[in-house]
Design a protein around this ligand. Structure first.
Ligand SMILES: [Zn+2]
Length: 191
């Protein structure tokens, strides 16, 4: 059975996510998710998106895509950050040990493999680290990481509020290189 990667472009529909001038996070997430899907195909995986272009989806629906796919091996949520102008680079979240539970070891391992691959690819992005989701902007944790049945990570690719990051990710060729690195991290992690 062909292994499937679930790719979750954050926000969409009535929820644009971060907005910076004319840039909508939901659009950037979808473009990045499509690049990831194409690179997943090139590496021999199938992929499923959790929403369509422009459309929204509830968090429950996104996790159901994962749960209902028997060949799913990993869940990758795709987002872009917003912050002070100086904030730049990529960070990856996994389900941490909120409420006395254990952190997701598989999510952490997947996140570390993806970040290592991004660093190896020398894309010129600052490595902000692989972190438990209680250190995200949602201290209570990120729903999709806590309710996916497969190892799950949320990749904050770069900052919409940082002109350098925006310049890089506006280039389709750069998005392809970023996507190829992420997928190569998944391949390494699967072993
Ligand atoms: Zn977001």
């Amino acid at each position: 059975m062909t292994r499937t990667i679930i790719i979750d472009p954050g926000h969409g529909g009535d929820d644009p996510g971060a907005v910076c001038g004319s840039l909508l996070e939901s659009d950037m997430n979808f473009k990045m998710a499509m690049a990831l899907g194409i690179k997943a195909n090139s590496a021999g995986f199938a992929f499923l998106l959790t929403r369509q272009s422009g459309a929204g989806a509830t968090l429950e629906t996104r996790c159901a895509v994962d749960r209902n796919c028997p060949s799913s091996v990993a869940f990758i949520a795709v987002h872009f950050n917003a912050g002070p102008d100086a904030a730049t680079g990529t960070e990856i979240f996994y389900a941490g040990d909120i409420g006395g539970g254990h952190p997701s070891q598989s999510g952490m391992a997947l996140g570390c493999a993806i970040m290592a691959a991004l660093n190896t690819a020398r894309l010129g992005l600052h490595d902000r680290g692989v972190k438990p989701d209680n250190q995200s902007q949602h201290p209570g944790g990120l729903y999709v990481l806590r309710n996916s049945t497969r190892p799950a990570v949320l990749v904050e690719c770069g900052f919409l509020t940082n002109p350098g990051d925006v310049h890089l990710f506006a280039d389709p060729e750069f998005r392809n290189r970023f996507a190829a690195a992420v997928i190569s991290g998944v391949v390494k992690w699967l072993g």
